[in-house]
Ligand binder design. Structure first.
Ligand code: HEM
Length: 420
């Protein structure tokens, strides 16, 4: 198969079209892959379940040299599980797999219920609440308690700010990104100090908490993780848990546009979960994952030479018209009933979680998002004031312009709560 190629370097088009860049060209070329150049570098963009399976199978692609260095530094970073390949990757990945255990996921839900109720009591004293600003605090508290970290109240706000700016500026250049990198150094020092204290025995974390597991983990070479790598992996649990707050913002935004689903969430757990899945499909979050071919590869008659740079378009896969009817419409009904194809719904990667780079926090993300949607609609009274709910699709990650404001917030009295 000969892939279509865009005429020139696409950097400008990519910057001007943002999330829609790939989607428009896949549709125009009527193909699930095309070749282009981004920042003068030859690249192949791919979408769809077959591309996702290929990208995530058989160690076909390494993340080494595939991402802009500052994005990598703000997200997974040097020495992290994501930077590893083959046997070393699979061994390190076992550190994260217990995050998906049923008890771990249920604990995360309970912590969110607890922190949400505290937050709503505070929000009820204010004229309005900007969810983009407030939810990272709630999720930072949840993330720390879930990981077994006792974080002093005075540190929570700065930590929330550091963790959320890693996410907010991951796709940016300029002063905001440099400030986020500087803030990250403070998080790394704090995380390294925590690990050292656990190793010295001056802190005793909860047994089997991620703090204890990371401090004690023996890597594939038979050694404990270097202190800086252990700190990176601890941040790789905290930062993405705080990232779930962004999905909750999108959930509130989507429900403001489709209020009929607010009523239905109150009535049924199946519906709240379907809304959570549709938010993960619909929200513009990770635009793509990037990899380099580890050897010469064949896919649908197309050859990728070793080292070829490939971008799996997450946004366009989650809106692939051959999989999803009316892909640009928010419709949780599509998730009522069968579980989605794991290579079609890929906001957190594709393939197998133990064997490849698929996100180990996916089950917890779905559960936390589902729980937050229930808390918002069943346990919280609120209104949505007039505001700019527009979205700039060229900013990555995107967010509603207003930050998603709610007002008249009140906790629903315990005896008035309507369990599904
Ligand atoms: C907003 C929610 C989240 C999103 C959008 C997200 C997205 C992703 C994506 C796209 C990948 C695949 C990267 C690749 O293929 O190179 C990934 C990997 C990863 N995620 Fe998540 N994630 C989320 C939540 C979480 C949570 C809650 C945790 C842990 C508590 C987590 C920990 C990780 C780790 C450690 C990896 C690296 C896995 C590997 O390389 O094998 N993520 N995530």
């Amino acid at each position: 198969m000969v892939l279509q190629q865009t005429h020139a370097d696409s950097t400008l088009a990519f910057l001007m079209e943002g999330y829609r860049f790939g989607q428009r060209r896949f549709d125009r070329f009527e193909a699930d892959a095309f070749r282009t150049r981004i920042a003068l570098r030859p690249a192949t963009l791919m979408r769809g379940p077959s591309a996702a399976r290929f990208f995530y199978s058989d160690d076909n692609f390494t993340r080494a040299g595939a991402m802009p260095p500052t994005t990598k530094r703000l997200l997974q970073d040097e020495g992290s599980v994501q930077s590893l390949d083959g046997h070393h990757h699979r061994h390190r990945k076992t550190l994260f797999l217990p995050l998906a255990d049923v008890t771990s996921v249920e604990t995360a839900r309970e912590l969110l219920r607890d922190e949400w109720r505290r937050a709503v009591t505070l929000w009820s004293t204010r004229p309005n609440v900007v969810l983009m600003d407030e939810l990272p605090l709630v999720f930072t508290r949840v993330a720390c308690r879930w990981a077994g970290i006792d974080v002093p109240a005075a540190r929570v706000e700065s930590l929330a700010d550091e963790l959320s700016s890693m996410i907010h500026y991951a796709g940016s250049t300029g002063p905001g990104m440099w400030a986020a990198l500087a803030r990250r150094r403070a998080t790394e020092q704090w995380a390294a100090e925590l690990i050292s204290e656990v190793r010295r025995g001056t802190i005793t974390p909860l047994p089997q908490s991620m703090l204890e597991r990371i401090a004690d983990f023996v890597d594939a070479d038979g050694e404990r993780l270097d202190l800086d790598v252990a700190a990176v992996e601890l941040i790789n649990v905290l930062r993405p848990t705080v990232a779930v707050a962004r999905f909750v913002v999108w959930a509130a935004w989507a429900l403001a546009h489709a209020p009929q689903w607010r009523q239905r969430v109150v009535a049924s757990d199946e519906v709240s979960r379907a809304v959570a899945q549709e938010v993960r499909r619909f929200a513009p979050f990770f635009p793509a994952v990037a990899g380099r071919a580890t050897r010469t590869l064949e896919w649908q008659g197309h050859t990728f030479e070793e080292g070829a740079w490939v971008l799996l378009d997450i946004f366009a896969t989650n809106r692939d018209p051959s999989v999803w009817a009316r892909p640009d419409s928010f419709d949780p009904g599509r998730f009522m009933g069968d579980e989605p194809d794991p290579n079609a719904l890929i906001p957190q990667g594709a393939g197998d979680v133990a064997d490849g780079h698929r996100c180990p926090g996916e089950d917890a993300t779905v559960a936390l998002l589902d729980e937050a949607i229930r808390l918002l609609e069943r346990d919280t009274d609120y209104s949505v004031p007039h505001q700019d709910l527009g979205v700039r699709m060229t900013r990555m990650p995107a967010a509603p312009r207003s930050g998603m404001v709610i007002c008249d917030v009140m906790p629903v009295a315990a005896d008035a709560r309507r369990p599904a």
